[in-house]
Design a binder for this molecule. Structure first.
Ligand code: GLN
Length: 191
């Protein structure tokens, strides 16, 4: 199994380290032709407008949309925004996932926070909460069509979705010592 991490901007190194720790071959992707032999791609957190601009500049938009048609893709934070069909703003989006996302939706007072989430799809997910790190995070306003919410905050705010082999998380599993979200993404690619 070979997984790519889109390395235009953001915290791609932490994803690579997490995957390597799980024994998976992980490569940083900087040009579209590097997508050719990958089983899945992670789009990291960072700044979605910057990732979008650079993706347009490097000719990634159509290759990424085509990649997503047959392969797994997971966006964390800015990556989730980039994968969404609707963010209520004019910025370059892949627009593959049927989700409505609101950027920077937690407001200034809670710019960054951590929360323990019950994520039933994860290994031991019901018994062992997942430590989720939120940094100027987006909210998942709606999951439509085949997209489903797979994690919520205690107040009911949706913060992760799945649509087939695609995942989107408002938070940053790569910044924790807990590899279960990465494991879950890998399991989707084996189906
Ligand atoms: N606020 C950023 C954006 O709108 C996302 C922040 C993050 O990826 N940690 O793109």
């Amino acid at each position: 199994m070979k997984i790519g991490i889109l390395a235009l901007q953001g915290d791609f190194i932490e994803h690579r380290q997490m995957l390597t720790g799980l024994g998976v071959t992980a490569v940083e992707v900087r040009l579209p032709d590097q997508l050719a032999d990958l089983d899945g791609l992670i789009i990291p957190g960072g700044e979605s407008t910057t990732i979008g601009k650079l993706a347009v500049m490097y000719g990634f938009m159509e290759p990424l949309r085509q990649f997503a048609q047959t392969k797994g893709m997971w966006g964390t934070c800015a990556g989730m925004i980039f994968m969404a069909k609707d963010v209520g703003a004019d910025q370059p989006l892949l627009g593959v996932m049927d989700i409505v996302v609101q950027r920077n939706a937690f407001g200034r007072q809670v710019d960054s926070f951590e929360a323990d989430l019950i994520v039933p799809v994860l290994r031991d997910g019901e018994a062992r909460p997942f430590p989720a790190v939120f940094i100027r995070a987006p909210k998942l306003i709606e999951a439509k069509g085949d997209a489903q919410v797979i994690a919520t905050l205690p107040d009911g705010t949706a913060v992760a979705a799945q649509q087939g082999k695609w995942l989107a998380t408002s938070f940053h599993p790569e910044l924790t010592g807990d590899g279960r979200f990465h494991e879950y993404f890998l399991s989707l690619l084996q189906e």
